[in-house]
Ligand binder design. Sequence first.
Ligand SMILES: Cc1cc2nc3c(=O)[nH]c(=O)nc-3n(C[C@H](O)[C@H](O)[C@H](O)COP(=O)(O)OP(=O)(O)OC[C@H]3O[C@@H](n4cnc5c(N)ncnc54)[C@H](O)[C@@H]3O)c2cc1C
Length: 312
Amino acid sequence: MMMMFVQVRGQIEEGNLDSLPDLHATSAGLKAISAEISNNGIEVCRMACGGHGYSQASGLPHLYVNYVPANTYEGENTVLFLQTARYLNKLYSSGQPMSALPTNVCYLATDYPGHASCGVRSVDQLSDPHLQLEAFRQRARRMVGVASSAYQRALGRGLTQPQAWNSTTVDWTVAAKAHCYYVVLKSFNDAIEAKGLSPANDVIMRKLCSLYAMYWMVQSSGEFMTDGYMTPYHISLARSLLYSLLAEVRKEAVPLVDAFDVPDEILNSALGRYDGDVYTHLYQWAQRAPRNKKKVHDVYHKYFKKLLKPKL
Ligand SMILES: Cc1cc2nc3c(=O)[nH]c(=O)nc-3n(C[C@H](O)[C@H](O)[C@H](O)COP(=O)(O)OP(=O)(O)OC[C@H]3O[C@@H](n4cnc5c(N)ncnc54)[C@H](O)[C@@H]3O)c2cc1C
């Protein structure tokens, strides 16, 4: 994505604004999808820590409160997804060939060579990044097609364009998300291919990329099966691959998070610890709280003692 922004900035500086619609649609959708995924992810982490996740000592409530408005500010997510959708609708109905469309959206072209079935027969085959990418492309094309048909039907019923659009925005939001998930997967794959990573980093990045693909394939399995391109059998393969990837990535989870080099002051968590010794640390954390400075709080002597031990 970074490469795309640099490229477009160069074109704008030369007075060429042709890539702006693609940049606008892509950045709008990616803002929305990244805010949505990170916010939902924080909540999943909180729940995974049980009751302790709700404690301020986990650092998660603070993180959640800070990040959740990102769904709303700097572009409300649904409004942004619909910006992306307008662009997809325009291209899909324009009837252009692949050669005329930007790379990220060339799957909307009239001459796009779609396939009736993904043809995958094993977990090993499904590990192929090209097959994964093709599945995401097919699903995005199908979801845009579903929204577009609904929109055309609404126009056919005599609705004006804004009315037809408003009556189909749920389908268009689904289509925009499907497109964004595809763009992220494509960019992830492109970055791995282009970066010349060390062998060890290459292995883990490919696993993470595959994990991203399988997680969202299983989460949105209905969309992948809408037109029969994937079947329940393919989704069961995706689920198997997902579970084995989770087990493998788990071993690298701590180093992967540490790679972001988040300082302890920002992490501010009694639970996010390399040594896993969370209970000792939670106890120490509680002892540092001002109200725990004395073994018995003043409030006890002032109010409760009288009630609990009344003078006879
Ligand atoms: C913590 C926080 C900090 C903020 N800081 C700033 C700031 O510093 N400066 C600033 O200028 N603003 C700021 N804002 C305001 C923010 O930019 C707006 O809240 C945001 O743009 C959404 O606009 P809105 O509140 O009018 O909601 P609306 O646009 O009215 O949205 C309400 C609901 O309607 C839906 N909706 C709206 N339009 C459509 C449509 N066409 N089709 C389908 N559904 C639709 C939305 O998805 C949403 O669910 C802040 C907001 C928050 C929460």
